[in-house]
Ligand binder design. Structure first.
Ligand code: GDP
Length: 365
């Protein structure tokens, strides 16, 4: 017998009737899809205080939003969370790209959660993310183990604005995370410039990840960054790199001895480890917690936090004043004209600046 597929009806060019469009399972679903309940300040605060990480995430999105209404709401949420914040150990982790930050943070996070319990938030300051449209640092996919840990909260760097703006948002996010019960905060930053200073201004302990093996370990690092470090850790101390790492550690130790004593009275330590193989990680966190104990006993912990609070107050004032000036429509128009006059050589920069500021102050009256 002939196979049925050889009959006329199965010819290749025959168009068989297909399946029509599938109707919605719930015809009302479509209509309500984009209607999300607008949370009030109290909804946010209650959710955060209960440790609801979804609400915490939404509140952080508010902080990052450029929408003026969101900013007002965010500030109210932050203010209400402030009394519940502060109870944490904040650690800055810096290193050049490729130093092994994400590999290390994944291991460090798992280690501290296992050894010390509690909850961990990983935040980031990455001013370059504005250029790359989307942050590199703090990306969940880079931290495989931590990203699926129930007690961790990972948030990439805010992407909009200047370094100052990005850092301020991270600082505000710390407040919310602490109110949500995160008692360990890591702030990751890429070790290439001023972002370390911003990171240093919001953490209790600053860890600098270094690599050995280039032969000129100390040349590439700015003295200022080394001076900020409370601990220098040399990564990739594994395989045939062990000897080089130990040599680098000796170089760093010798260099640190030449620095003036630190304000805290703590002598920065140099350790070697392997983030990939998990060697030497316990020693790093023993060091961080020994430091915390040391500075809590001598009062420096409290002092540094107060100094940081003061710093951020001035930062906020500067930020507000600057925005108020540049966002003023009259000033914005005048600026365009003034810029041209300066470029044409009709006015000096100082005269133009003075005239603009005088005009601004006159507008305020
Ligand atoms: P980041 O750019 O600083 O976040 O660095 P990554 O964590 O992405 O690491 C950069 C590269 O170094 C990756 O290929 C890692 O596998 C590798 N790496 C990280 N830690 C170690 C380590 O302890 N030993 C070795 N041999 N390689 C490592």
């Amino acid at each position: 017998m002939e196979h049925p597929e050889n009959s006329e009806a199965y010819a290749g060019l025959t168009v068989n009737s297909g399946v029509g469009p599938v109707s919605n399972i719930n015809p009302y679903l479509q209509r309500n899809r984009f209607v999300r309940k607008q949370l009030t300040v109290n909804d946010y605060v209650e959710g955060i205080l209960k440790g609801n990480s979804a609400i915490l995430g939404q509140a952080v999105t508010l902080i990052e939003s450029v929408h003026p209404d969101h900013q007002v709401l965010a500030q109210e949420v932050i203010e209400k969370c402030l009394p519940y914040s502060g109870n944490s150990v904040r650690v800055g982790i810096s290193g050049v790209p490729g130093a092994g930050k994400s590999t290390s943070i994944d291991e460090f996070g798992i280690h501290v959660l296992k050894e010390y319990g509690g909850k961990l938030a990983v935040l980031a300051i990455d001013p370059s993310s504005e250029r790359t449209k989307g942050s590199i640092l703090g990306d969940k996919t880079r931290m495989e183990k931590l990203s699926v840990h129930p007690d961790s909260f990972i948030r990439p760097s805010p992407s909009a604005g200047s370094l100052g703006g990005v850092a301020r948002k991270t600082r505000e996010t710390i407040v919310l995370c602490e109110a949500a019960g995160y008692d360990k905060i890591f702030v990751e930053t890429v070790g290439v410039g001023q972002s370390e200073t911003a990171c240093h201004s919001m953490v209790d302990f600053f860890l600098l990840i270094q690599l050995a093996g280039t032969g000129d370990e100390l040349q590439g690092i700015k003295r200022g960054i080394m001076e900020m470090a409370d601990g220098i850790i040399i990564n990739k101390c594994d395989g045939n790199n062990v000897e080089k790492c130990q040599l680098a550690a000796t170089h760093f130790r010798n260099a640190l001895h030449l620095f003036p004593p630190t304000e805290s009275g703590w002598m920065p330590k140099v350790l070697t480890y392997s983030g990939f193989y998990g060697y030497g990680i316990k020693e790093i966190w023993d060091m961080v917690y020994a430091y915390v104990k040391f500075v809590k006993a001598n009062g420096y912990f409290e002092y540094r936090r107060n100094e940081q609070a003061k710093y951020w107050m001035y930062e906020s004032i500067n930020n507000k004043l600057r925005n108020n000036f540049y966002n003023n429509p009259t000033i914005a128009d005048m600026l365009k004209v003034a810029e041209k006059s300066v470029l044409n050589g009709e006015k000096t920069s100082f005269v133009a600046a003075k005239q603009l500021l005088d005009a601004y102050f006159a507008l305020l009256h």
